[in-house]
Ligand binder design. Structure first.
Ligand SMILES: Nc1ncnc2c1ncn2[C@@H]1O[C@H](COP(=O)(O)OP(=O)(O)OP(=O)(O)O)[C@@H](O)[C@H]1O
Ligand SMILES: [Mg+2]
Length: 266
């Protein structure tokens, strides 16, 4: 095993990526560099199409960058996915409707059990219970609300106790009150299971509530425009929304987004 020392967490250096056929390629990520330390929660926000999902997918190993370096705990993405060090929560929960909640969360463990022999596996029941789903273990996804299904998908990402958690707008389909409950639930769980988190969102308040840092991306081609620190104390509660510090940060993030969108149309 390579050591985790040099770049624990996520390390992205000078990554570029374009799509499309030869001669008509569109540059989507232009020299993007970003590090997320172990235990750090980083949100990525920016206009639609600026490359947020593309960036997340290069870390997840779903897309290969054209150039640049991506490392997870000092390993290549390929090695990290092989070692199940990356937990991915997609935008839609992607649960199997014919399997119970417990079986959906168990599923990744039953695939290739031999390879899992030496891994640090979490007890699916315990994880589901800590996400408040103890009463839903034997239910089918279709019997759950959207918010509960999303929590099952998050719980599933924790089964292998990954060091890095990648989430692509996991709460976007939920109503505002439900989103708040999910945010707090996620923060609660993360507080005692500190991972390096990369969280894509379109919501400024959500980014502030959750993050240590907010990465604001601009488009055409996708790039990092600014990284904003969120020095609000933890653990956070919904009371934080009403503080001056929160409002100041919100103003700053929105202003940066406006600048980024202005650049786009200039
Ligand atoms: N597989 C692909 N093939 C071709 N073009 C792609 C592919 N994936 C993404 N793109 C293009 O790359 C750009 C960035 O897409 P991406 O999905 O990363 O944006 P995003 O920031 O996540 O947007 P949104 O906020 O709408 O989810 C878009 O112009 C998109 O059309
Ligand atoms: Mg996206």
């Amino acid at each position: 095993m390579e050591t985790a020392q040099p770049h624990a967490g996520v390390y992205i250096e000078d990554v570029s990526k374009s799509f499309g056929p030869e001669g008509a390629r569109t540059l989507v990520l232009n020299h993007v560099s970003l590090s997320i330390k172990m235990g750090e929660f980083v949100s990525v926000i920016g206009p639609s199409g600026c490359g947020k999902s593309t960036l997340l997918k290069t870390v997840a190993g779903l897309i290969e960058a054209d150039s640049g370096t991506v490392k997870v705990d000092g390993m290549t993405v390929k090695a990290a996915t092989k070692n199940k060090m990356i937990g991915l929560v997609p935008q839609s929960p992607a649960l199997l409707p014919w399997r119970t909640v417990l079986d959906n969360v168990r599923l990744p463990m039953t695939v290739n059990p031999k390879a899992n022999a030496n891994r640090n596996l979490r007890d699916p029941r315990e994880i589901l219970e800590s996400f408040g789903l103890g009463a839903a273990l034997d239910k089918y996804p279709g019997q759950l609300s959207g918010g509960m299904q999303q929590r099952v998908a998050i719980a599933r990402a924790f089964v292998f106790d990954p060091s890095v958690l990648l989430m692509d707008e996991p709460f976007s389909a939920l109503d505002e009150m439900n989103r708040d409950a999910q945010r707090l639930g996620l923060l609660d769980f993360w507080q005692s299971n500190r991972k390096a988190v990369m969280f894509v969102t379109h919501s400024v308040p959500e980014a502030i509530m959750l993050s240590d840092r907010i990465v604001v991306m601009g488009a055409h081609p996708g790039h990092i425009a600014e990284i904003i620190d969120v020095p609000l104390p933890r653990p956070r509660t919904i009371d934080v929304y009403a503080t001056d510090e929160f409002r100041d940060l919100e103003g700053r993030v929105r202003e940066t987004l406006r600048e980024v969108m202005g650049q786009k149309s200039a």
